[in-house]
Design a protein. Structure first.
Length: 453
């Protein structure tokens, strides 16, 4: 036991509901709303010092709990029921330690609770582990936030041996024995990072695509967004089950971007490609890449990486290996990444990168970042339409993990109302004009955000 260790005194949570400005499509399903889970945890040191931490995360049920039989309201209700169980489990925790130790000890109980909730609600599809991680992530975030605040430090200053008793071998196995977490994450954030803008499958590219203008003063076409935010990084959402449409989508995006960037005098920009795991096999992906290169060679060269193109259950789909595709561009594991075992299996199957997400938990994201860096994998930090405090959390993760090239932040496109209360406090994060976010300001105590109340 270290004198810096904490024990959980109190846990509170609440929800906020927002409508999206325009629908967003995940895995073939359009969504027009989001529920934010806000969590406050009060912690205490052995000497009696207390602090309250704050964490927030969208309950992305469309992404984390996809189902062909359960409706949106069903999966959201299940996540809320699980949240209540997680809150009780966390509040009842008698352990003392660093936030990573506390979450490491609690996670098995969270997963058991998901199974119990699934049975109690008689769910046709059980709550997945990924969904459980999303529900638990703001509780974990609140612990890291409180730990930093109780010691008057940004949480990224608390991952060395002065605060964290165990080496990485304790969490990740013998391959990591003797290595420390602070070898793989930076104490200080990068000063600025490029912003990845989402080109959703439903989003208009040109003015001719706008069938029903929103008329709220924000951009509505891709060229307008590029000029408005000075964008140099575009994430292109694809369907994965319509080869012709997918190829044409990239070709159209590239043509619009090339024209607009030429007008701006910009010669270098990037794309990421996201099929939301809907490609039926790797042959689909390889044929897609071949056609894109044939029809838009310069656009193909601008592709920085490809997010998990095929089904998330890697064990059930071992034939979907990525070795050939990864020779062309980094292919990153995203939905499948739930623990070290899944990361190692992805490497065996040819994946050459990993997508970190704050919604899977600060503790897990840091451990997976360390493992991915040790294995020499390409790294990116992905969004869950994070807004407000969750965007600050996600941006901080991206800014403190060496090798991450950019930040996804599509909340400004789809849910600006949830960002509005935060803009005045972090204008460099929430108001983008040169294609970058000012991450150098993320040096405050804890995760850097304080609850708005």
């Amino acid at each position: 036991m270290k004198p810096t260790d904490i024990r959980i005194d109190e846990v509170r949570f609440s929800y906020q509901d927002y409508l999206y400005r325009t629908p967003i499509k995940f895995g073939g399903v359009a969504s027009d709303r989001v529920t934010l889970l806000d969590v406050e945890c009060t912690v205490r040191t052995g000497a009696g010092k207390t602090a309250r931490g704050f964490g927030s995360m969208p309950l992305g049920n469309i992404w984390s709990f996809p189902s062909r039989v359960l409706k949106f309201d069903d999966t959201l209700a299940a996540m809320k029921a699980l949240t209540e169980r997680i809150a009780r489990i966390t509040a009842d925790c008698k352990e003392t330690g660093h936030p990573i130790d506390l979450t490491h000890a609690l996670e098995p109980a969270y997963i058991r609770a998901a199974g119990e909730v699934s049975r109690t609600l008689n769910l046709a599809d059980p709550i997945p582990i990924l969904c459980t991680l999303v529900c638990a992530s703001p509780f974990d975030a609140a612990l890291h936030d409180a730990f930093g605040k109780i010691h008057g430090l940004n949480c990224y200053h608390t991952y060395g041996p002065d605060f964290l008793s165990h080496d990485l071998g304790h969490y990740l196995g013998s391959d990591f024995q003797g290595e420390r977490l602070d070898q793989y994450v930076s104490r200080e954030p990068k000063p600025r990072m490029p912003l990845y803008h989402l080109v959703g499958a439903l989003d208009p590219i040109e003015v001719s695509d706008v069938t029903k203008p929103i008329g709220d003063g924000l951009p509505e076409t891709l060229p307008e967004w590029i000029r408005f935010n000075g964008l140099t990084h575009l994430k292109i959402k694809l369907n994965g089950d319509d080869l012709g449409w997918d190829v044409e989508r990239v070709v159209r995006v590239d043509a619009a971007a090339e024209r607009t960037q030429r007008e701006r005098g910009v010669s270098r920009w990037f794309y990421s490609l996201d099929f939301n795991e809907r490609c039926r096999n790797v042959e689909y992906l390889l044929e897609f890449l071949r056609r894109v290169k044939e029809q838009a060679a310069a656009g193909f060269e601008r592709v920085q990486y490809i997010e998990q193109p095929t089904a998330r259950d890697l064990k059930a789909n071992r034939s979907n290996v990525m070795h050939e595709a990864a020779k062309l561009r980094p292919v990153v594991i995203d939905e499948s990444l739930i623990d070290l075992e899944s990361l190692q299996l992805a490497r065996e199957m040819g994946y050459t990168g990993a997508a970190l997400k704050a919604c899977k938990g600060q503790s897990q994201s840091l451990l997976m970042a360390a493992a991915a860096r040790k294995y020499g994998l390409f790294l990116c930090v992905q969004d869950l339409t994070c807004v407000g405090a969750s965007l600050i959390h996600s941006a901080g993760l991206a800014a403190h993990v060496p090798g991450v090239a950019a930040i996804e932040a599509n909340g400004r496109q789809f849910c600006p109302a949830a960002n509005a209360p935060w803009e005045g406090r972090f204008p460099g994060l929430f108001r983008v004009s040169d294609g970058t976010m000012e991450t150098g300001v993320l040096t405050g105590p804890g995760l850097g955000a304080v609850a708005l109340n």
